[in-house]
Design a protein. Structure first.
Length: 182
């Protein structure tokens, strides 16, 4: 049962992470599950004190936590309007269908690992839907969009905005600590 008012600020990295009852590596407790939502409540150097939804808390290597978006863009108009997300949502469906087909073929033994990697190379999508709020990755322009059901705006972009058709062509996104370390 989640603690009332709990709102995660971070998630545990995809491989999980060790946790300690105090910021002392000689006093381990248990490992935190991969992608567990946590709320960072305090920092002491590289240590981070986290609160879990069930009220349990622990100390972790705060540099490894993955920050999650908290607040949508403000309505001050400072962000670029992004238009209609329907084309991007259709693209997400297409990429997901291609990935699903390749994964099914891999599971059925019709592809080996190398063929699966080749078939999925370059596929890149990202969507987070939380009630009326939506964050949608536009791989063509290498930016995240935010939509609230009435409008869509650019939320975050890597570098200068690019016109359609001039996608990033880069390696997969890497996790960077929110304080710039990593």
């Amino acid at each position: 049962m989640p603690t009332p008012g709990f709102r995660p600020s971070h998630v545990v990295p995809p491989d999980g992470m060790p946790a300690w009852e105090s910021p002392d590596p000689t006093r381990p407790t248990v490992s935190l599950d991969p992608l567990l939502p946590v709320q960072l409540t305090e920092r002491r150097g590289d240590w981070g004190h986290v609160l879990c939804a069930n009220g349990w808390s622990a100390w972790v290597d705060g540099r490894l936590l993955v920050a999650v978006p908290q607040d949508p863009p403000t309505a001050d108009g400072s962000l670029e309007a992004a238009g209609d997300p329907l084309a991007l949502l259709s693209g997400v469906e297409t990429v997901l269908a291609r990935y699903r087909a390749a994964a099914q073929e891999l599971a059925a033994g019709g592809l080996d690992g190398a063929a699966f990697r080749q078939r999925t190379e370059g596929l890149r999508i990202g969507v987070v839907v939380d009630g009326e709020d939506m964050w949608l990755y536009d791989a063509e322009r290498d930016r995240w969009l935010y939509g609230d059901g009435t409008r869509v705006t650019t939320y975050a972009a890597e570098g200068e905005p690019r016109p359609p058709g001039q996608g990033a062509g880069h390696a997969p996104t890497r996790v960077v600590a929110p304080d710039g370390d990593g």
